[in-house]
Design a protein around this ligand. Sequence first.
Ligand SMILES: CC(C)(COP(=O)(O)OP(=O)(O)OC[C@H]1O[C@@H](n2cnc3c(N)ncnc32)[C@H](O)[C@@H]1OP(=O)(O)O)[C@@H](O)C(=O)NCCC(=O)NCCS
Length: 140
Amino acid sequence: MLALRKADACDCAAVAELATAIVGFDADRRACFDTTLASPDHDVIVAELDGAVIGYAHLMTYQDLTHGALAGELLGLVVREDLRRRGIARTLMGEIIRLARQRGIGEFHINTEEDNEAAKALYASLGAEVVGVQMEIDLE
Ligand SMILES: CC(C)(COP(=O)(O)OP(=O)(O)OC[C@H]1O[C@@H](n2cnc3c(N)ncnc32)[C@H](O)[C@@H]1OP(=O)(O)O)[C@@H](O)C(=O)NCCC(=O)NCCS
């Protein structure tokens, strides 16, 4: 049965494996994971199926000085490849939206690749609209 819960330190390897699968490279994410979980501004939710972590979602809350309000950004959403198209991401996003409301966030932003049709369809089905263009300066 699918269950959602807040991530804890023991989930680092499972979350890292999911992240590695989508970015295409491995990395030591331990320090990043621990810092994220320790921050009051981050919500990391894992989806568990029969005791195994098979997806996660990550919301960051921040002070938006320009609007003088709390804002949010979805920093991660992954479902294990063999379990996609079963409503797991939709369930995770429902929890992220609930948490965002609970935190008092007025709006949160989502970035995705232009060709990520699955993600774009998911977010559109949740009411997300395209409001700008994502740009990136590569400092490496
Ligand atoms: C995007 C992703 C998280 C969707 O996870 P999922 O659990 O398969 O999504 P769901 O089953 O909850 O799908 C919900 C809705 O999203 C849309 N959707 C999901 N996958 C889709 C696909 N491959 N093609 C078209 N629409 C899709 C549909 O509207 C779907 O509703 P429906 O099944 O009733 O038609 C998953 O494909 C994934 O992990 N991709 C790799 C990581 C990634 O790209 N993350 C997003 C980064 S911004």
